[in-house]
Design a protein around this ligand. Structure first.
Ligand code: FMN
Length: 201
């Protein structure tokens, strides 16, 4: 079994938004999909630990904004790496408007939104799949939709290689790169031993 085969399923990336008690909420999801076209129904699958999960349960309505290929990591970070329990994700953020259902949708780095009214939910253990009637859907931009694969390859920051330590020979200035200078190390230039080296990073 190769778990990488799971990455070959093609997903989009979306901001799922809702509201509770006058407070806007939302998170990044890749699990929005159309279920049936007549009636028009979609599902979103949300981790039970997410603030947005509890908001959806109470509100019963949401919007899904489809993100585009030019989405900066900052937007993913804002909605996908923080919780609305701790911060107001809409504070200092102006790229949204309100749909007819009164809920936010993303106006920049998105090309459309779909409004859903929840009619059913499926308990999946860690997640809940919310099934909703589409009550409205609109095009809001021209750019191509962002896929999960494109996000992984082009938007998500690559982990930086751990910076290695370094030692300098106090006699000739030769730099040894490595976290630990071996006790029996001999400088290849001036042939002094490890005790002639100082740690510089
Ligand atoms: C690329 C990406 C895809 C994600 N997909 C989902 C998803 O499908 N369902 C989900 O519940 N969380 C998903 N998340 C995680 C939530 O966006 C994240 O946990 C968020 O901080 C929850 O915020 P909240 O607590 O305000 O709801 C995804 C995050 C990223 C970065």
């Amino acid at each position: 079994m190769d778990p990488k085969a799971m990455y070959k399923l093609s997903y989009g990336l979306y901001v799922l938004s809702s509201e509770q008690g006058g407070r806007d909420a939302g998170c990044i999801i890749n699990t929005a999909m159309q279920l049936t076209s007549s009636p028009n129904r979609i599902s979103v699958t949300v981790n039970k630990q997410n603030h947005t999960h509890d908001v959806l349960r109470l509100k019963g309505e949401f919007n899904v904004s489809a993100l585009t290929v030019d989405t900066p990591f900052e937007l993913i970070e804002r909605f996908g790496f923080r919780s609305g329990r701790d911060t107001d994700k809409f504070e200092g953020f102006s790229a949204f408007e309100r749909a007819e259902n009164g809920l936010t949708y993303i106006t920049r780095y998105a090309n459309s939104y779909i409004s859903g009214r929840i009619i059913n939910s499926v308990d999946l253990g860690t997640h809940t799949m919310f099934i909703a009637d589409v009550t409205d859907c609109r095009l809001t931009g021209q750019a191509d939709s962002l896929t999960y694969a494109y996000y992984q390859d082009n938007i998500k920051p690559k982990p930086q290689p751990a910076k290695k330590g370094a030692y300098r020979c106090t006699v000739c200035g030769y730099i040894y790169e490595g976290d630990e200078l071996p006790a029996d190390f001999i400088c290849p230039i001036c042939k002094h031993g490890a005790d002639a080296f100082e740690k510089i990073s």
